[in-house]
Design a protein around this ligand. Structure first.
Ligand code: NAD
Ligand code: WQD
Length: 345
């Protein structure tokens, strides 16, 4: 089975490609490296001992993307490619809408043209917007609080419309909660550009001595210790969810959405403590104002994924922190491979 993986060089994409190759799938990766590095692809090969085809292509380039469909017998698509920084999306809404929505439109048009109607799409828990109660079920009302979230919401709606227009389409819209951690090999992991926006990469870099201290956004939320609660999920568990979703779309038609989370929430302070334990490093922190747009508590009800995809997360925060720390300490500067200094004799 040949699977096209868009955004396969990225954080979740690399981990999913490893699982796909290990499960015996043939994959074709498309990525423009706008938020990733070629080294990540080498690492996928190193972990799996398997090879795959790669195209350095922007999804917005219809002609180039069409070649991928012409040159390969693609049967299904896992679509990760997209821009994902919430704050940046507020500054650059047009860039986000163009990249995420137009990119998906071009991809879906080509899929329709070449009769490839099986899709697993990277959605996000962000489509639940300002949630009123937890745990979150798939049938909760959807809304967006920023252009990034709106791009995911619009894509979900576009895909539902495609499904209505043509009953041969089969799509799993996967709503990820907070993916963290890294592959246990320590060879692939999250490699954010510049100063991380998200909690776990920030904590990792504080532990590694690259950043001075963590700023905790708010300690007056109605939670056990006043800090925000999130449903952190190990990226390898998440990657395995894609294999299950792929199996599902190969078997049944229709468009459906699934929460991929653990069903358990942890506060920021609980994550800091867990990371200190896993790394043996102290994480200095201070409290600052709440971050605009943040919600107090967000965690999934993952029952639907369990019932319909036969998938459930198995790893806990200890493994998430141990694996994140292994990746961080083995790769201080992420995938940045230092240029070799020529040796003069
Ligand atoms: P990532 O930035 O690490 O990976 C995305 C990849 O897509 C990158 O390699 C990037 O270079 C590529 N890409 C972006 N635009 C492209 C384009 N126009 N053409 C070709 N390649 C392009 O992000 P990630 O964390 O792996 O996330 C993967 C997907 O999951 C994204 O769609 C993201 O919105 C979604 N998601 C991520 C999270 C999270 O917290 N990481 C949570 C929910 C949903
Ligand atoms: C987690 C908790 C912060 C950083 C984001 C996107 C969401 C999804 C996942 C893509 C919150 C607190 C954080 C810091 C802190 N991505 N925090 N200091 O906001 O739940 O979700 O990533 O779809 O759309 O919004 O994740 O890791 O940024 O924050 O105190 O320096 O950590 O306030 O409570 P978030 P996060």
């Amino acid at each position: 089975m040949r699977v096209l993986v868009t955004g396969g060089a990225g954080y979740i994409g690399t981990h999913t490609c490893v699982e796909l190759l290990n499960a015996g799938y043939e994959i074709v990766i498309v990525d423009n490296f706008s938020n990733s590095k070629p080294e990540a692809l080498k690492r996928i090969k190193e972990i799996t001992g398997k090879d795959f085809k790669f195209y350095s292509i922007d999804l917005l380039n219809r002609e180039e993307l069409e070649k991928v469909f012409l040159e390969n017998e693609i049967e299904s698509v896992i679509h990760f490619a997209g821009l994902k920084a919430v704050g940046e999306s507020v500054q650059l809404p047009l860039v986000y809408y163009q990249n995420n929505i137009t990119g998906t439109l071009i991809l879906c048009e080509l899929m329709q043209k070449y009769g490839v109607k099986k899709l697993v799409f990277s959605s996000s828990a962000t489509v639940y917007g300002d949630v009123k109660s937890t745990p979150i079920l798939e049938n909760f009302p959807l809304s967006a609080t920023n252009p990034y979230g709106r791009s995911k919401l619009i894509i979900e709606e576009i895909i539902r419309d495609i499904g209505v227009s043509d009953s041969e389409w089969s799509v799993a819209q996967l709503r990820y909660f907070n993916p963290i951690g890294a592959h246990p090999s320590g060879l692939i992991g999250e490699d954010p550009n510049g100063i991380p926006n998200n909690l776990m990469p920030y904590i990792s870099q504080v532990a590694a001595g690259k950043l001075k201290e963590l700023k905790i956004f708010g300690n007056d939320y109605p939670t056990s210790d006043g800090t925000g609660v999130r449903d952190y999920i190990h990226v390898v568990d998440l990657a395995k969810g894609h294999i299950k979703a792929l199996e599902k779309v190969m078997l049944e038609t229709g468009v459906d959405a699934y929460n991929l989370g653990t069903g358990r929430g942890y506060t920021v302070l609980e994550m800091v403590k867990a990371f200190e334990k896993a790394s043996g490093k102290e994480i200095p922190y201070s409290f600052v104002e709440r971050r605009q747009g943040d919600i107090s508590t967000c965690f999934a009800d993952p029952t639907k994924a369990k019932m319909k995809l036969d998938w459930a997360a198995v790893m806990g925060i200890r493994e998430m922190c141990v694996d994140a720390w292994r990746w961080q300490s083995n790769n201080r500067d992420g995938y940045e491979v230092l240029a070799k200094v020529p040796v003069h004799t």
